[in-house]
Design a protein around this ligand. Structure first.
Ligand code: ADQ
Length: 466
């Protein structure tokens, strides 16, 4: 079996406990341990005159290779191009787009540095799997250094439609970079259509059956691989949660009131101000929910050094304070807002007890919280998922109440409907959601992508049927 090499900006260190590491990190670590492999990424450190070679740490069958970056390069790469340009672009937030040549140059420089640092560690028949938008040019740079083995890329965030993608001055170069992979994985069929439309119309490539693409002298494949969660583990955590100390505390604090829960990184793609506004609208229009429903929004601070994120944080503090100031009673606070990271079993407790799960991003590649909420429900008395139609998860979770997060009143109506929904309908909807969540787990996703990456290079060379 070929050795697997995983590349991601953040590498889950061997010491990171399973309860803290995300499902993706755990699944990748398992894939690496099974077949032996290398996990390469940024060390999390910067230094002027950083050594060109990565720091190597071995743990069982997995080798970790961690590259330190020059501070200016790291800023241009991470806060600049990756999170100041590509993140808002892929989430359709053109008003937040920052376009600077120096960021683009820094982004490319970091990919050159990473490729030069990784190349000496690669064996010719290694299979390389690159994760996310921080690394789109990595395959080009590895090819330039002579690597001819298989390289796959998975894009965890949405791929924008051509009209949005054109706003990026470097659009043609990025797609040229993608063509150096053998397999490009996106979250949804919608994302695949967006990229293929660009390739056939703007880049004048040809599209064959099954997403095989010909572009200049390259053949590669573009396909959808909707990511999943470790369903079994979430079901187990949530079942245990029922009798946990966390659950006892949660129940005591709610004193019989109904809970609605939201769990999102504090990110402008997650639509938090709209969710707060919808809750405000719910309490205003249906006074019978006052004193009876508590909304808990867990939102750990993310990318706190970026100004857009600081502005969002202030906005939420203000609107959260306004809601509580307006509706709270001496014995009831409508909104509990927590900037905190919790262990997985505490999240499972919150999901399990919440009658309503509120997942309302303005745009999201997939959204794993939606799937975690479904997995954590009690099959005999499940809660209702209120889900944005702009989350990739909306394609699979057909039992959710789908909402448009820009329509505040519509969202409030869905919250009201969720709070009143009879048990039979809740069970029916939950079953429809649980079927794809049980089938399409993180393990299945990993295996599917790697199987296709293992064979895709051969298939792509065969080209399209004429
Ligand atoms: P994210 O934008 O981070 O991921 P999401 O898919 O919801 O969004 O994953 C967040 C993860 O962090 C979940 O597993 C959740 O449990 C965890 N988490 C959130 N808040 C937490 C808290 N307070 N404490 C502990 N854990 C918390 C990106 C894309 C998504 C895509 C994923 C995976 O933006 O669209 O689904 O990658 O591909």
């Amino acid at each position: 079996m070929a050795r697997l090499v995983i590349v991601s900006n953040r590498v889950a260190s061997p010491k990171e406990r399973a309860a803290k590491a995300g499902g993706l990190a755990v699944a990748l670590r398992e894939a690496l341990s099974e077949q032996g492999g290398l996990w390469f990424g940024w060390s999390g450190e910067t230094a002027v005159d950083a050594p060109a070679a990565p720091k190597i740490v071995r743990s069982g069958r997995v080798t970790y290779a961690l590259q330190t970056l020059d501070p200016d390069d790291q800023r241009a790469h991470y806060a600049g191009y990756a999170n100041g340009t590509l993140w808002p672009l892929c989430h359709y937030r053109l008003g937040l787009l920052s376009v600077r040549r120096s960021d683009w140059e820094g982004y490319r420089r970091v990919n050159v540095t990473f490729a030069a640092s990784l190349m000496p560690l690669l064996k010719p028949d290694d299979v390389v799997w690159v994760h996310d938008y921080h690394f789109i040019p990595l395959a080009s740079e590895l090819r330039a250094l002579g690597f001819t083995g298989r390289i796959g890329y998975f894009h965890h965030i949405p791929w924008p439609t051509p009209e949005v993608f054109y706003t990026l001055p470097s659009h043609a170069a990025l797609v040229q970079d993608l063509s150096q992979y053998d397999l490009v994985g996106l979250q949804t069929e919608h994302d695949v259509r967006a990229l293929l439309t660009y390739i056939s119309s703007e880049a004048r490539g040809w599209i064959g059956p099954g997403g095989i693409v010909g572009l200049k002298n390259r053949r590669f494949r573009v396909a959808a691989y909707p990511i999943g969660i470790d369903t079994e583990m979430f079901v187990k955590d949530a079942t245990h949660a029922q009798r946990s100390e966390d659950m006892r505390r949660l129940r005591a604090s709610l004193a019989g009131r109904t809970l609605a829960v939201g769990v999102d990184r504090l990110d402008y793609s997650k639509g938090l101000p709209n969710k707060f506004a919808a809750f405000d609208n719910l309490l205003e229009r249906w006074p019978e929910h006052r004193s009876h429903v508590t909304m808990m929004q867990v939102a750990p601070v993310s990318r706190g050094e970026v100004s857009e994120y600081q502005i969002l944080r202030r906005e939420l503090e203000e609107s959260g304070g306004r809601i509580n100031g307006r509706f709270a009673e001496f014995d009831w606070v409508p909104l509990r807002y927590l900037n905190k990271v919790f262990p997985r079993n505490t999240l499972a407790t919150l999901y399990r007890h919440a009658r309503v799960g509120l997942v309302t991003p303005l745009r999201d590649g997939m959204n794993l919280v939606a799937k975690e909420y479904v997995a954590a429900q009690n099959p005999e008395d499940p809660g209702v998922l209120v889900l944005s139609r702009f989350a990739g998860a909306a394609d699979e979770l057909t039992g959710a109440l789908l909402v448009n997060p820009y329509d505040i009143e519509g969202m409030a109506e869905a919250m009201d409907a969720a709070l009143r929904m009879p048990k039979e309908e809740r069970i029916e909807r939950w079953r429809a959601n649980m079927e794809p969540v049980s089938r399409n787990t993180i393990h299945a996703w990993c295996a599917h992508f790697l199987r296709d990456l293992g064979t895709e290079a051969d298939a792509a060379i065969a080209g399209p049927e004429s």
